[in-house]
Design a protein around this ligand. Structure first.
Ligand SMILES: [Zn+2]
Length: 255
């Protein structure tokens, strides 16, 4: 078996030993991880994890929740040329928590879309309660999306998924798909099999049967099982498909 966690936060302060987690991943056939940065410091920390652990890659980016701070978005450029930096992210729009400034968020998002294009990297998108503005921003910047974009922890509608698919989107699902009332099955089935990835968003979003506990990247196995079941595939075939998708999307992995 070859499992991949395409989105985790090894940099989270809840984790005292990334080395132990990475080891446990190997024991459970979770063979690749992408450690996701969400501000400058976590992006640097994630790059260090990627340097230490062969099977860890990383992304660098500034999350929309950082937009009210005085962030120098261009500082992350120095990380984007690292050979293990496989994407710009997680970036996007998040209208969930007040206070927020929509135009500042959009500006931060767009600057990083341009940057991803300049450095030939795909984008990992965080979108929360901002579905329409997010789609509008992507459409307006379509010419900068040639390296692809991934809707991480996809939580929007099935109809909206088709709009993102038209722009070439990939989609990742995490522990939420395993929740009894998540009602994600029809949405997952709408995603072509060559556009799907699995993730944990660890330490958040533990899947059933571990819901409510600290999540770990190796729990991605539960997500694979659920997604495979929704598609009516056996887990091995599904994992092979996800692996192919992963290498196609994160094209710097394995170079
Ligand atoms: Zn995340």
């Amino acid at each position: 078996m070859f499992y991949i966690d395409s989105h985790c936060h090894l940099t989270d302060s809840r984790y005292t030993s990334p080395a132990e987690i990475v080891n446990e991943c190997k024991n459970k056939n979770v063979n690749l991880l992408v450690d996701i940065g969400w501000n400058f410091d976590t992006s640097v920390f994630a790059s260090q994890n990627a340097k230490h652990f062969e099977n860890v890659y990383f992304s660098a980016g500034i999350h929309p929740s950082e937009s009210l701070k005085s962030v120098d978005v261009f500082k992350i450029q120095g990380l984007l040329t690292d050979k293990k930096c496989v994407a710009v992210g997680e970036i996007g729009l998040d209208y969930h928590y007040e206070p927020l400034d929509k135009s500042l968020q959009k500006q931060l998002f767009e600057e990083q879309i341009f940057m991803a294009d300049k450095f030939n990297l795909p984008i990992i998108i965080h979108s929360r309660d901002a579905s329409n503005d997010l789609l509008t921003t992507l459409k307006a910047n379509k010419k900068y999306l040639n390296n692809g974009f991934l809707m991480h922890c996809y939580s929007e509608s099935r109809e909206q998924a088709f709009n993102y698919l038209d722009l070439g989107a990939y989609f990742a699902f995490g522990g939420v798909v395993t929740f009894k009332n998540s009602k994600k099955d029809d949405i997952v089935r709408a995603i072509p099999k060559d556009r799907i990835l699995a993730e944990t968003d660890a330490p958040y979003m533990s899947p059933v049967p571990l819901r409510g506990t600290t999540n770990y990247p190796y729990n991605v196995v539960f997500v694979y099982e659920k997604l495979a079941q929704i598609y009516g595939l056996n887990v091995e075939d599904f994992a092979q498909t996800v692996k192919e998708n992963f290498y196609r999307f994160f094209k710097k992995v394995g170079l």
